[in-house]
Design a binder for this molecule. Structure first.
Ligand SMILES: C[S@@+](CC[C@H](N)C(=O)[O-])C[C@H]1O[C@@H](n2cnc3c(N)ncnc32)[C@H](O)[C@@H]1O
Length: 224
């Protein structure tokens, strides 16, 4: 088997080291020693957008916020799902990840950053959610491991009741909050319920390196 080659090194704003690695056609982003995203495991990242945008229907003028960018698969799937007048905003914390998506990773998901509907928010998606009031039709969240965050401790707030209430305030009536999660177990649907959402879980299977492993998309539909 070919050895991994390190293409680039960077730091997250909290100082955590990130590596961009390649082995043959496979790319890997490593954050703090943890494999954050592999190009061989795009199925469930895409499912975040198909499940989340699917729950919206093809709502005209939909404004969708995605956090974070990773390798651009969720963004590409959202571009495919949403109508031509949609606004698709992607929040990414690590500037180097944006550069990598404009460089060596650009072709993996078909250059979704070049789609004219796409806007980049350079910063923390939690900050962008706090800023929005009755503004968004959907939030698609894949910044970490899910409700049990691994890579960045500060992301835990996105999955607690306070963070979910902020998401509820950011969404318009009938809005959708979709959350990628490593596991389909746990009581996150109840936590969504405490923040004013009707919560449900959608198990999704990987077809890539972790073939058959079940992850989950948690879905919160804004009540009222
Ligand atoms: C698992 S990857 C996302 C994979 C993505 N769904 C895809 O399709 O490739 C997580 C991404 O979220 C970014 N991130 C982590 N915490 C963030 C935050 N609080 N706000 C915005 N981006 C964040 C990471 O730098 C990384 O690019």
């Amino acid at each position: 088997m070919r050895p991994w080659e390190t293409l680039a090194e960077a730091s997250a704003p909290d100082g955590q080291p990130l590596l961009l690695r390649r082995r043959g056609h496979e790319y890997l982003i490593v954050a703090g020693g943890y494999d954050l995203m592999s190009s061989r495991d795009d199925t469930t990242a895409r499912a975040l957008a198909t499940v989340g945008c699917g729950a919206l229907g093809r709502r005209s003028g939909a404004h969708v916020l995605i956090g974070g960018l990773g390798m651009g698969y969720s963004l590409a799937a959202a571009c495919a799902e949403l109508p031509s007048d949609a606004v698709i905003e992607v929040a990414e914390l690590v500037p180097a990840v944006i550069e990598w998506n404009q460089g060596p990773l650009a072709e993996l998901a078909g250059r979704p950053l070049d789609d004219p509907r796409v806007r980049i928010y350079r910063g923390d998606v939690a900050q962008r959610i706090e800023e929005a009031k009755d503004e968004l039709d959907a939030i698609l969240l894949d910044v970490d491991n899910g409700p049990e965050p691994l890579a960045h401790d500060h992301n835990a707030r996105l999955y607690g009741v306070q963070g979910l209430r902020a998401a509820h305030r950011a969404l318009r009536r009938g809005g959708v909050h979709a959350v990628w999660s490593y596991s389909d177990e746990g009581d996150f649907a109840k936590v969504l319920g405490r923040a004013g959402f009707a919560g449900s879980v959608h198990p999704v299977s990987n077809r890539g390196r972790d073939r058959g492993r079940t992850h989950a998309i948690w879905l919160g539909l804004r009540k009222g």
